[in-house]
Design a protein around this ligand. Structure first.
Ligand SMILES: Nc1ncnc2c1ncn2[C@@H]1O[C@H](COP(=O)(O)OP(=O)(O)O)[C@@H](O)[C@H]1O
Ligand SMILES: [Mg+2]
Length: 314
């Protein structure tokens, strides 16, 4: 019986030596728990310590102190580790293999009979949308296709948990969407996913929770469906055709209106008010261009953590 928590990190410190007697503390007192079957986004700027955290989780490097466990077992437990799939930040593939051959190669590293191997490779090519390219050599693959092979490779052993290091990096908007769909699909299959990114939108769109990391310290964990920790949602209404007359709403202080060229952008943190603004836009005959929502808190925390980080270099 697997327990509720998939990964648990407690009191992790990690330093690297950089030069004679010099050490830099890269991960500081990190506590983190990932629950079974959640999508956890690990958000942080370059150099925040995301990859280092993943390497620690996988036991590729050792913490100075602290404890890491998967479903209550230490990382050194090989049986447990076999339940974890990993997509490295810069995956390397034998470029002269076809997509199918590459996955068959990875499958051959595990104890699987031929029939299962064949089925698994077929299912994975399907899952990542590469069935049409099964016979194409990887050297002819685009960045997006290689990322998909990377995910498929991480899943070849049917792991319960996937650790994906920057799976969306270098992808165009369509590629990012495909990757999000693949991740959501994995979650629907009962898997737990932790992935890193430095782009807020990637994390916000699909995660159940997000952890914001800056300079090796977890700033905050935000649960997307929890109005308290998710903080204020801001609503932004963009329209054209004149400035919105706010007189019907003038007693409300939580409205900001800015004009950018022909566009008029009205924002608020109050959902009801957003609805009333939309009604006014319609009533006043303005053209609605977009209506969007975003979690202000994640952006605020993230931007603040990056600003704080930059101050240190001055
Ligand atoms: N093997 C290493 N030796 C020395 N410093 C390292 C090593 N690996 C990472 N670092 C440093 O640790 C910090 C965090 O790196 P990393 O975990 O790769 O960040 P991220 O993945 O968030 O971009 C960086 O300052 C990086 O230079
Ligand atoms: Mg990294």
């Amino acid at each position: 019986m697997l327990e509720q928590t998939a990964i648990k990190l407690k009191g992790i410190h990690k330093s690297f030596s950089n030069g004679w007697l010099k050490k830099s503390l890269v991960i500081k007192n990190l506590d983190l728990e990932i629950k079974n079957n959640e999508i956890f986004g690990y958000l942080g700027a370059n150099g925040a310590g995301k990859t280092t955290t993943f390497k620690l989780m996988l036991g590729l490097i050792k913490p100075d102190k602290g404890e890491i466990s998967f479903w209550g077992n230490p990382v050194s437990d090989l049986k447990t580790r076999a339940l974890v799939g990993y997509l490295p930040e810069h995956p390397y593939f034998y470029s002269y293999l076809t997509a199918k051959e590459a996955l068959e190669f990875y499958a051959s590293l595990f104890d699987m009979d031929r029939a299962l191997k064949k089925k698994r490779v077929g299912d994975l090519l399907d899952l990542v949308g590469l069935d049409h390219a099964r016979g194409v050599q990887l050297r002819k693959f685009s960045r997006g296709m290689l990322q998909r092979i990377g995910i498929a490779q991480a899943m070849v052993n049917d792991p319960k948990l996937l650790i994906l290091d920057e799976p969306m990096s270098g992808l165009d908007p369509m590629g990012r969407k495909d990757m999000r769909d693949i991740i959501l699909n994995c979650r629907d299959q009962g898997k737990t996913i932790i992935f890193s990114s430095h782009i807020i939108a990637d994390v916000e769109m699909i995660c159940d929770r997000a952890g914001i990391l800056a300079k090796g310290e977890l700033q905050q964990i935000v649960a997307m469906d929890d109005p308290v920790t998710a903080g204020e949602t801001s609503w932004e209404i963009t329209c054209r055709g004149g400035q919105l007359n706010l007189s019907g709403l003038d007693r409300e202080t939580d409205i900001k209106q800015v004009v950018r060229g022909s566009r008029n952008i009205i924002s608020t943190r109050d959902q009801d008010l957003a609805g009333r603004i939309m009604e006014q836009v319609k009533e006043q005959g303005l053209d609605l261009i977009s209506f969007a929502s975003g979690r202000k808190s994640i952006e605020d925390i993230y931007i603040k953590s990056i600003d704080d980080g930059e101050d240190d270099h001055e």
